[in-house]
Design a protein around this ligand. Structure first.
Ligand SMILES: [Zn+2]
Length: 404
């Protein structure tokens, strides 16, 4: 039985999505991908939903990692709002030390830099994206963040603000990560941590949010336990619409002057009401994932039997899990388009769909453009109004099958 990565308790697997290639694997013609089991379990003691460990993280995240944050325009908008909000809320001075963990290509720190903040540091393990940040003038340490990294960095100075967006779920040793935040934070500093919210995943039956790089599926219950056992406490929480539904928590060191808001208890109560701390909630989710697979396959079969063509939009992680769990290949979907030039010309692992630039849609004029990153469907639909010109329709499969 797999052991909880936070509290060490042994638990049973409740959902197995099969043996799939790691989500961000892109292949050249003729190459085949290795596959790894994608098994999910729920810890009855600390409530953390998580993946069974099957691979060392350094074998999953590497210099070939193709995700450049600056490619998503909705993410940039969200980041600008965040910077303005946090500067006001924490009364940040221009000289205050701001550290971002998993700073990617530096898009967020660059917003602070342009406002006049000059004590900035990014920490990013992926060399290809970190170099992009350094070339923009954002100092960046190319390494994984954990307690050991935090000790070294804090010898050079502690942080007034630590930002960790969409990274905590991707860390196998989640305790070392949290204790690293406590190590690097000033006595009255704040860490803001954003993560995909497991309550939204459950409510939307979004099994496509599950992939090998995503080790933990976090609730406020689980996050509260992780923070508390590593010298931190959560003093406020907000819901966000990003990534299909996220939480942002504000954490400070135990002993800090920060006061808890009433939002914490309210959200913990709400989580209890939807059964986030109960094994049965997760068993139900597993049944729904299987139902959704059947419904999706039936729907696509109907489209093909009517002689229509389908192309996918967005060769991202969500799409990889969805396509490979359903067992879809180029017999059903002709190809996938993506804005990221690094992915273009390669093939998505498993399903084998070739990645084209978005302009390829107007060349082949498919009847259906199936949007895989359904969380940014409005952005994609508004940017590709030309699809309507040839009578094409947009399709999403999550939360429900919907033709737009
Ligand atoms: Zn646990």
């Amino acid at each position: 039985m797999p052991q909880c990565r936070h509290c060490g308790t042994e638990n049973d697997i409740f959902l197995s999505l099969g043996s799939l290639p790691p989500a961000n694997t892109f292949l050249k013609e003729g190459e085949t991908a290795r596959t790894l089991p994608l098994n999910v379990f729920f810890c009855a003691k600390c409530t953390l939903m998580q993946l069974e460990d099957v691979e060392k993280p350094e074998n999953i995240f590497n210099d070939d990692f193709k995700y450049f944050s600056s490619y998503s325009s909705s993410l940039i908008g969200h980041s600008r709002e965040y910077c303005n909000m946090v500067i006001q809320r924490l009364s940040l001075k221009k000289s205050d030390a701001i550290v971002e963990i998993a700073s990617n290509d530096g898009y967020l720190l660059d917003i602070f830099r342009k406002i006049g903040y000059n004590n900035l540091l990014g920490v990013e393990p992926s060399g290809s994206v970190a170099k992009e940040a350094i070339s923009k003038g954002i100092p960046t340490e190319i390494r994984f963040f954990n307690d050991e990294t935090a000790k070294e960095l804090s010898a050079r100075g502690k942080a007034d603000l630590i930002i960790a967006n969409n990274v905590m779920a991707h860390v196998p040793d989640i305790n070392s990560f949290a204790s690293g935040i406590a190590t690097l934070l000033k006595k009255d500093g704040t860490a803001t941590v954003e993560f995909q919210y497991v309550a939204d995943l459950l409510a939307k039956n979004a099994f496509d949010m599950i992939y090998h790089e995503h080790f933990s599926y976090l609730s406020l219950h689980a996050m509260d336990s992780i923070m508390k056992s590593n010298g931190l406490f959560i003093y406020d929480v907000e819901r966000l619409k990003t990534q299909g539904g996220s939480l942002r928590v504000y954490a400070a060191k135990i002993g800090s002057k920060r006061q808890k808001t009433g939002n914490i208890e309210r959200m913990l109560d709400r989580e209890k009401a939807i059964g986030i701390d109960k094994q049965s909630t997760y068993s139900k989710f597993a049944r729904h994932a299987n139902d959704k697979k059947q419904q999706g396959l039936d729907y696509l079969r109907g489209i093909k039997e009517a002689g229509k063509t389908i192309a996918c939009y967005g060769a991202a992680a969500k799409g990889s899990t969805f396509l490979n769990y359903l067992g879809i290949d180029d017999g059903t979907v002709d190809y996938v388009v993506d804005r990221n030039t690094e992915k273009q010309g390669l093939y998505m692992a498993g399903c084998g769909l070739k990645v084209y630039p978005t302009g390829h849609l107007s060349v082949t004029r498919p009847d259906y453009v199936w949007i895989l990153p359904w969380n940014i469907r409005d952005e994609i639909i508004s940017e590709h109004g030309t699809v309507r010109g040839w009578g094409g329709k947009f399709l999403v499969m999550v939360p429900e099958i919907d033709v737009i």
